[in-house]
Design a binder for this molecule. Structure first.
Ligand SMILES: Cc1cc2nc3c(=O)[nH]c(=O)nc-3n(C[C@H](O)[C@H](O)[C@H](O)COP(=O)(O)OP(=O)(O)OC[C@H]3O[C@@H](n4cnc5c(N)ncnc54)[C@H](O)[C@@H]3O)c2cc1C
Length: 424
C-alpha cells in the first residue's frame, strides 16, 4: 500500500455511505447550504427539524473536508481559553463566550445519543502536555479562570502524573475531563443521515461555482443545477476558495498531516493508559490518541501552503518519533492531511451579510465547535440571533495585506512562532 499519498484511517474504517445524487436542474429552498461538513450538516439538521426547506450541496463527498479527516480530538471550548476570553472581552462577554463554546461538546454528545450515531465516542478527557516548565503557570491560570466561571473539570497534573498518563516527555499537563475523541467521519456521516431523515436534501459532487444575490435572496450555481433560496449558508471552511471578499478575508488555510501506526502489541495502552486525547503546548501542535483498533493516531507538522508534502508519512514521522522515542521505526498504516482554517484571533468567524450567513475558522478546534456553528446559523436563518450574535460580535479581524498579501504576511508570522517552538 502506498501511504505517501492521502489515505486516511477514517475512510478505511468508515460506515458504508452510498453516493448521494448531484444537484439536477433548477430547484428552490428556504435555505441553501454550501458544504457537507459538520457546520453545513448541523445547520441542515437543525433547520429541517423545524420544518424549513433545505438543500445542501457538497463539492465532493459528505465528510470530504476537515470534518471527515481531523484528529477526532474533542477539546472543549475555544482556542482562546477562559483566562484569555475574560481578559479580552471582560467578565460578562468573556463568560458568555466561554459557556456558549462549552455547549458545543454537550450538543455533539446529545446528537450522537439522539440519532444513534455509531462513532466510537470516548469521553475520556483531553490532556495538554507542557513542553516548557513555564507552560504550567498558564495551565494553572486557565484552570483557575475556568473554575471561577463554574467549570470544574480542569486539573493540572505535575510531571510525574503527566508521564503516568502519557508516555511522552513533558513537564506536566492540563487535564480537561470534558474532552475525549471520536470517529469524526462516522460522526459526520451520521449527521448527514439525521439531516436527510429530517427532510434536508443533500447532494454530493455539486460544487457551487457562482453565487448571485438577487432581490429577495440568492441563486447558487453548480455545473448541473441551480438553487434559488431566500438565504444561503456558506460552510465551505478552508476549502471554499475565493468566493466572497468578506467571507474569505478572515481565514487562512494551513496544511496539517496525520498518520496511524500499525496495530501496536498492547493496543497503545502503554502509551496512553487512560485513553485520553492528547495535544502538546507547541505553537505547531502535536496531537495524538489511541484508535479503537489498537493504533496510535498522531498529527504533527504544518505547511503554510495548500500543497501537501510529496510523502505525508515521511513528513509526520519525525514529529511522532520525537514525542514517542520508543516508537522509532514503527510501521505506519495510513497517512493523510487536510486544511485547517485559522483566524487572526483564533476565534471562529461567524457572521451575516444580508442573505448570506457563514461560520468557519475554528482554528484547529472545530471538531465539535462546527456542530455548534451550524446550530447558531440555523437559529440566525430563522431570525433568532441571540446566541449567533455573541460570536458575530467577537468576529476576528481580517488579515493585513488584503487578498494579495495576507498569505505571505501570515506565513511569516507563523514561521516566527514555529521557530520559537524549536528555540524554546
Ligand atoms: C488535519 C486536521 C486535523 C484536525 N484536528 C482537529 C481535532 O483533533 N480537533 C478539533 O477540534 N479540530 C480539528 N481540526 C479542525 C476541524 O476538523 C474543523 O474545524 C472542522 O471540521 C470544520 O468543519 P466545517 O464543516 O466547517 O468544514 P469542512 O469539514 O471542511 O467542510 C466543508 C465542506 O465544504 C465543501 N465545499 C467547499 N467549497 C465548496 C463549494 N464551492 N461548493 C460545495 N461544497 C464546497 C468541502 O468539500 C467540504 O466538504 C482539524 C482539521 C484538520 C484539517
Amino acid at each position: 500500500m502506498n501511504i505517501a499519498v492521502d489515505h486516511s484511517w477514517y475512510a478505511a474504517t468508515a460506515a458504508a455511505s452510498p453516493p448521494r445524487p448531484a444537484l439536477a436542474g433548477d430547484t428552490r429552498a428556504d435555505v441553501a447550504i454550501i458544504g457537507g461538513g459538520a457546520t453545513g450538516l448541523s445547520a441542515a439538521l437543525h433547520l429541517a427539524q423545524r420544518g424549513v426547506s433545505v438543500v445542501l450541496v457538497e463539492a465532493a463527498r459528505i465528510g470530504h473536508g476537515a470534518s471527515g479527516r481531523n484528529g477526532g480530538q474533542i477539546i472543549p471550548g475555544l482556542r482562546q481559553g477562559a483566562a484569555d476570553l475574560l481578559e479580552n472581552f471582560g467578565e460578562t462577554r468573556g463568560a458568555a463566550l466561554f459557556h456558549l463554546a462549552l455547549s458545543a461538546r454537550d450538543l455533539v454528545v446529545d446528537l450522537v445519543a439522539r440519532h444513534g450515531i455509531d462513532c466510537d465516542l470516548a469521553l475520556t478527557g483531553h490532556l495538554t502536555t507542557a513542553v516548557r516548565p513555564r507552560d504550567l503557570d498558564g495551565f494553572a491560570r486557565e484552570a483557575a479562570a475556568a473554575a471561577r466561571l463554574g467549570y470544574h473539570r480542569m486539573r493540572v497534573l505535575d510531571a510525574g502524573a503527566a508521564r503516568a498518563a502519557v508516555a511522552s516527555p513533558s513537564h506536566g499537563a492540563l487535564l480537561d475531563g470534558g474532552g475525549g475523541h471520536f470517529h469524526t467521519l462516522n460522526y459526520t456521516l451520521g449527521l448527514a443521515r439525521a439531516a436527510a431523515a429530517a427532510g434536508a436534501l443533500l447532494h454530493e459532487s455539486s460544487p457551487v461555482t457562482r453565487l448571485e444575490r438577487r432581490a429577495g435572496g440568492v441563486v447558487l450555481y453548480t455545473p448541473t443545477g441551480t438553487i434559488t433560496a431566500a438565504q444561503a449558508i456558506v460552510a465551505g471552511d478552508a476549502l471554499l476558495g475565493p468566493f466572497n471578499r468578506r467571507i474569505n478575508s478572515r481565514i487562512m488555510p494551513v496544511g496539517n498531516y496525520i498518520v496511524t501506526t500499525d496495530v501496536l502489541p498492547d493496543g497503545g495502552a502503554g502509551l496512553i493508559p487512560g485513553n485520553h486525547a492528547v495535544s502538546d503546548s507547541r505553537f505547531v501542535v502535536n496531537y495524538f490518541r489511541r484508535t479503537p483498533d489498537g493504533r496510535l493516531m498522531f498529527g504533527g507538522g504544518e505547511r503554510y501552503t495548500p500543497r501537501p508534502p510529496a510523502d505525508m508519512a515521511a513528513f509526520v514521522r519525525p514529529f511522532l518519533e520525537r514525542s514517542f522515542p520508543m516508537l522509532a521505526g514503527v510501521g505506519l498504516s495510513h497517512a493523510w492531511g487536510g486544511l485547517v482554517s485559522v483566524t487572526r484571533s483564533r476565534l471562529p468567524d461567524i457572521g451575516r451579510d444580508g442573505p448570506l450567513l457563514w461560520a468557519h475558522g475554528y482554528s484547529g478546534q472545530g471538531a465539535v465547535l462546527s456542530t455548534l456553528g451550524g446550530a447558531l446559523l440555523a437559529e440566525a436563518a430563522q431570525g433568532d440571533e441571540t446566541r449567533f450574535s455573541q460570536f458575530a460580535a467577537a468576529a476576528p479581524p481580517g488579515f493585513p495585506g488584503g487578498q494579495m498579501l495576507k498569505g505571505p504576511l501570515h506565513v511569516l508570522g507563523m514561521l516566527w512562532y514555529a521557530l520559537r517552538d524549536r528555540t524554546g
